[in-house]
Design a protein around this ligand. Sequence first.
Ligand code: SAH
Length: 389
Amino acid sequence: MKIELNNYGIKRIRQGNPLIQVEDLKQNIKKIPLEWIEFVDNKNKYVATGYLGKQNKGFGWVIDQTQRPIDQAFLIEKFQQALDQRQAFFADDTTTAFRLFNGEGDGFGGVTVDYYADYLVISWYNETIYHFQKLIVDSWLEVFPNAKGVVEKIRFKSELKESRWLAGEKPQEPLIVLENGVSYAVYLDEGYMTGIFLDQKEVRGRLTEGLAAGQKVLNMFSYTGAFSVAAAYGGALETTSVDLAQRSLPKTQEQFEVNGLSLEQQKIIVMDTFDYFRYALRKHLSYNLIILDPPSFARNKKKTFSVAKDYGRLIEDSVEILSEEGMIIASTNAANLPIKKFKQAIETALENKNVSYQLTESYRLPADFPASNFEESNYLKVLFYTIKK
Ligand code: SAH
């Protein structure tokens, strides 16, 4: 099927941006075609091949500009390229979980593939790509025949269950994976999330490598406590993990246990972050290292939290319970918040608190999460601030 793009859309594609937006299309599409599309200009001349699909970002993806058919041979070539680029990860025995295929960053938007100790987890981000599920899974098993099993995640609006075991062996629960020598218990077939966010490996690596040694660490929005475990493994004096979700308590305990780390110096608290700030202040608790990694948006009771609106407050509250000299690790995965604005929000808050500060390290997506040529694609932003009160 052919679909006409306007000049604005064509220009963006030629600049290397593979994301199609509704505004790029000449006609109004009512029903999204479940097939590969030939995008053409107003003279019916070929521009690119791709597909339309509704997902959290955009309205479709460009996947080729050479007029090749999108068949199994094409997919196998793409997937093999991605595998070749990850040989250093496969060669490293101390890390057994990483991303094999990062959607648009590996030249094919709408699908990602993660590797967890011989299992594959494939995430589908729109219905059109899911229509090609069999072709894509078969192509993966062709380039990666040693996969022990495959699990899929449905990350678009659908009646389908969000997680499903697809092929091969059923993964153990938990499955233990390694990252920089630290063990993490993951549950591959349990909702959208597995227990670890693989894109934070470099930050966890810094914590295990020595940044946390001898420190009192506070991990806010801790989920399964992965940052706390990395810090404890790296010699933290004590860690405190705070998350609103009940499940975070047993899940975090388990992460310490699988590493043989005693729970004695680890506090795990099920509480709203902002309530914990008040509690800590009242109890005169203080920390040398505070990690902030909130979701982009969350709702608790009547309150909503959004990174753009509330990050400054998180920083100000953190300064209140930071030791005289300390560090704040400020992280966000909000794709729609440019790094400049994120930095500005943090630094305005630090200036409001009259502290001296220095941005000492910063991290974006790691090498196994290549980004594409548009700002939202490199969504992860992690800034380390050294602070003197
Ligand atoms: N930092 C974690 C990932 C955080 S995911 C890691 O690296 O693994 C976001 C977490 O924030 C979720 O577990 C969610 O339960 C928690 N959360 C959302 N709103 C919260 C709030 N107001 N207070 C505390 N935790 C919250």
